[in-house]
Design a protein around this ligand. Structure first.
Ligand SMILES: C=C(O[C@@H]1C=C(C(=O)O)C=C[C@H]1O)C(=O)O
Length: 336
């Protein structure tokens, strides 16, 4: 399968194929606070429930307090907290990897929750929703409406978060939090949620949702949203991974960036042994988190709520390749 991601055709699990002559977003503005991104979306080539346009809108890529704690930040919700210094905060490849490891738990639990429901196909069928004001599937409706609410609550003021339906999001009603700017500003133009959406609905879902229909369509859509958000956060974390790798050895990356050599960048940022460990660890977590806990544990040996091999495959074929694609896209803009 081939996905079109930003500037390249992307084959999950394989290499990037073709460099195209178009930008993901509008030309980079020196005013980061105005950074917007749009990527074209071809409705005909996508599932019926996806939006027609993507726009990543965020001000700066930030470290969020749970993953990069900082004792110097003020915590009053009514004050703008102090700007934090990224490298002084100890953002290293190791700390970023620890965050990715923690995010595995979130992803696996979200898959387990989605697997409670069968496939529930009406959730994805445009004809199931009947309202003159909205055209799309129930899952499209739930994601779009929830994102609008969460935007008001300030979710997308944190650049670790990327909306699936960024157009016309309402403004936040909460005061801004001054996160540290860690990423190079053009990072704001990278949002591959369109591809995450397609991957999830066209490939992943059928691997862990059993066939069937139990009528719980709203809950099913809500579970899909949680999975999508966890996947999106993890995959876009590639921006931070790439920044840290670049800062650790800029001289290694600069020639490949200047030459716009995607393959060389991909080689530089790839750590095969780390990827093998990730695949093994997520399979193990799926076994541990997804086992039926009974007083007599032997009753359920080998029964898991999501198949550990599927989780491992999901990481090997989709999550890690997409994270690396985000890294390449980020590095290509790193010297702009
Ligand atoms: C995220 C990293 O970059 C690459 C992508 C990985 C991933 O998505 O888990 C793992 C190893 C690297 O090949 C990393 O080095 O940790």
């Amino acid at each position: 399968m081939e996905l079109e991601v930003g500037l390249v055709s992307f084959t999950p699990g394989g290499g990037n194929k073709e460099v195209r002559g178009r930008r993901v977003g509008p030309p980079h503005s020196s005013r980061l606070a105005r950074a917007h991104a749009k990527s074209a979306y071809n409705k005909n080539s996508q599932p019926p429930f996806h939006p027609s346009i993507h726009k990543a809108l965020f001000l700066r890529f930030l470290t969020s307090p749970p993953t990069l704690p900082d004792s110097s930040a003020t915590t009053s919700p009514h004050q703008t907290p102090k700007v934090r210094n990224s490298m002084a905060n100890g953002v290293t490849l190791e700390s970023v990897r620890q965050s990715l490891i923690r995010q595995e738990d979130t992803i696996i639990f979200s898959l387990i929750e989605r697997a409670r429901f069968p496939s529930n196909s009406p959730t994805y069928n445009e004809s199931y929703v009947s309202t003159p004001t909205f055209s799309g599937s129930l899952v499209h409706f739930v994601v779009k409406e929830t994102e609008a609410l969460q935007a008001k609550a300030g979710r997308y003021a944190n650049p670790e978060e990327h909306p699936f339906f960024p157009d016309n999001l309402p403004p936040s009603v909460v005061p801004p939090y001054n996160f540290t700017e860690i990423l190079h500003p053009p990072a704001a133009s990278i949002n591959i949620n369109k591809d995450i959406w397609d991957m999830y609905f066209k490939k992943l879902l059928q691997l862990f949702a059993a066939p069937g229909d139990d009528g719980n369509y709203a809950s099913t859509a809500a579970s899909d949203l949680v999975c999508l958000q966890a996947l999106s956060r993890r995959i876009h974390y590639g921006k931070l991974v790439a920044e840290v790798k670049f800062r650790e050895s800029p001289k290694e990356y600069e020639p490949a960036i200047r030459a716009k050599d995607r393959d060389a960048l991909m080689k530089l940022l790839t750590f095969a042994s780390v990827e093998e460990a990730v695949k093994k660890r997520v399979a193990k977590k799926a076994m541990v988190f997804g086992q039926e806990v009974t007083l007599n544990n032997d009753d359920n040996k080998g029964k898991y709520k999501v198949d550990p091999t599927v989780v491992s495959r999901l990481y090997g074929d989709w999550i890690m390749p997409l994270t690396k694609l985000v890294q390449v896209e980020y590095l290509l803009r790193r010297l702009d």
